[in-house]
Each structure stands twice: as structure tokens, then as C-alpha cells.
Design a protein around this ligand. Structure first.
Ligand code: MD3
Ligand code: FE
Length: 217
């Protein structure tokens, strides 16, 4: 009998609520391919702290890859084809990113996911993201795939209104969550990240959020 005590292989999907599926460690086999690709993306489109329409500086630094990139400034949130900081098109989505997103969506029951946007959020210790909905996308029928890398974080998963109570879901290096269908417009956020160190990423958490931003490209 092989107890496989140290397996990093697939764990069964866990449904958090209808439409939302937690895939523990699903990204681990991809990490060796993801990290150098992430370095290239960050070299072409450096991480930066954006400003919200309310005039606050976001504590997580961000960049994008794919056809569309999510940006924020004093005028609002939107998707653009070009990086406003460099004027260049956002870097292409690396093949390893796309494979992971499609593999995870399929494992969660969303076959045929074709993301055209990948938002990279980098959290240093103390960085956080307050409760919000993702509603800047044209195509709400597509799921969102979220990949956690680096140090742990506590994800806040709320309801259909900001005031609804939020569940806490601990997210670790390699975890993937897929949100679609009835869960697509749930309020969500990230508690301030605790000071910690990860052997591959140092004192940082990186989240890759894959989305279908446009109905057509
Ligand atoms: C649940 N980022 O960039 S992604 C964001 O960890 C964002 O950086 C978080 O929320 C992060 O907008 C979490 C996970 C996520 C994304 C979209 C969702 C969870 C979701 C939409 C509905 C419900
Ligand atoms: Fe979000």
C-alpha cells in the first residue's frame, strides 16, 4: 500500500458554495514554469501601486498580462489594451499561465474558459484588499480563476451585499479558486497579509486573477 504521505498531487475539488470551487494545491505542478514567466511579465510591465477613484493608494502592487489589463485611477476602474505607464500593449499571457487557468476552470466544471486578462496582485506584508465585487467585465457568464503564490493570506468571501457576513478562507501557495455562475458577483477581499517568508517568493504573496474581460477581442 502506498500511503503517499508527501504527495503534492491532485486533491479533490471542494465546492465552497454553488459555482465556487476550491482546488487546493492545484497550481503546484505549474510553479516552476509560472515563476520565470511572471518575472518576464513584471520586467515588461513593472508592478505599480494604483490610485482608486476615491483617491486612495492601493496597498497591493499590480500589473497585467493578456489582451486586456485592469487599471484604476482617479477617473475609475477599466480594462485597457495598453499599459498606461509604458504606453505599450500589456505583455502576452504566458502559455503556462493560460494552461493553468484552463486546466483549473475545467477541473471546477467550467470547460472552454478563454481568459483574455490576467491581473497580477503582489502583496507585501500588511497589504490588503477591501471587500468589493468584480464587475468591470462584459462577460459575466465566464468564471474567474484565482491562483495564490507565496506567503499565506486570509481570503474574505462574503455575500451579495457588502454588509453580508464574510467567511474566512485561508489561501496557501499553489491554491486555486474558481468563481462562476451564482458566485460570480460575491463580495470578496483579502485581510492584511501577515509578516512571513516563503522559500520561493520571499516576503510576498502574488495572486494571479484570470478573467474574461471582453465578449469579443
Ligand atoms: C470571489 N484579488 O484583484 S482573487 C481582485 O487575492 C481580487 O488578489 C484577490 O479580488 C487577490 O479583484 C482575490 C479571487 C477572486 C476574484 C474574483 C471573485 C474571488 C472572487 C469574484 C467573485 C467572488
Ligand atoms: Fe476581486
Amino acid at each position: 500500500m502506498n500511503l503517499d504521505l508527501f504527495s503534492t498531487g491532485s486533491e479533490p475539488p471542494v465546492e465552497l458554495e454553488p459555482g465556487a470551487v476550491f482546488l487546493r494545491g492545484h497550481a503546484l505542478p505549474y510553479v516552476d514554469a509560472l515563476l520565470p514567466a511572471l518575472e518576464s511579465v513584471m520586467q515588461a510591465a513593472p508592478l505599480r501601486h494604483m490610485e482608486t477613484p476615491g483617491g486612495f493608494r492601493m496597498s497591493a502592487a499590480l500589473t497585467n498580462c493578456g489582451t486586456w489589463g485592469w487599471t484604476s485611477d482617479r477617473h475609475g476602474y477599466r480594462y485597457t489594451r495598453h499599459d498606461p505607464q509604458t504606453g505599450l500593449p500589456w505583455p502576452a499571457m504566458p502559455p503556462s499561465f493560460l494552461r493553468l487557468a484552463q486546466d483549473a476552470a475545467g477541473a471546477a466544471g467550467y470547460p472552454g474558459f478563454l481568459p483574455d486578462a490576467c491581473l497580477v496582485n503582489r502583496y507585501a506584508p500588511k497589504a490588503r484588499m477591501s471587500l468589493h465585487q468584480d464587475k468591470n467585465e462584459q462577460d459575466m457568464s465566464a468564471p474567474i480563476v484565482s491562483v495564490s503564490l507565496g506567503i499565506d493570506a486570509m481570503f474574505l468571501w462574503g455575500g451579495g451585499q457588502r454588509s453580508d457576513p464574510a467567511r474566512r478562507v485561508p489561501l496557501q501557495h499553489g491554491d486555486v479558486v474558481v468563481w462562476g455562475g451564482p458566485a460570480r458577483l460575491r463580495y470578496h477581499g483579502v485581510l492584511p497579509v501577515a509578516q512571513n517568508h516563503h522559500p520561493r517568493l520571499g516576503a510576498a504573496r502574488v495572486n494571479l486573477t484570470f478573467r474574461r474581460a471582453a465578449t469579443t477581442t
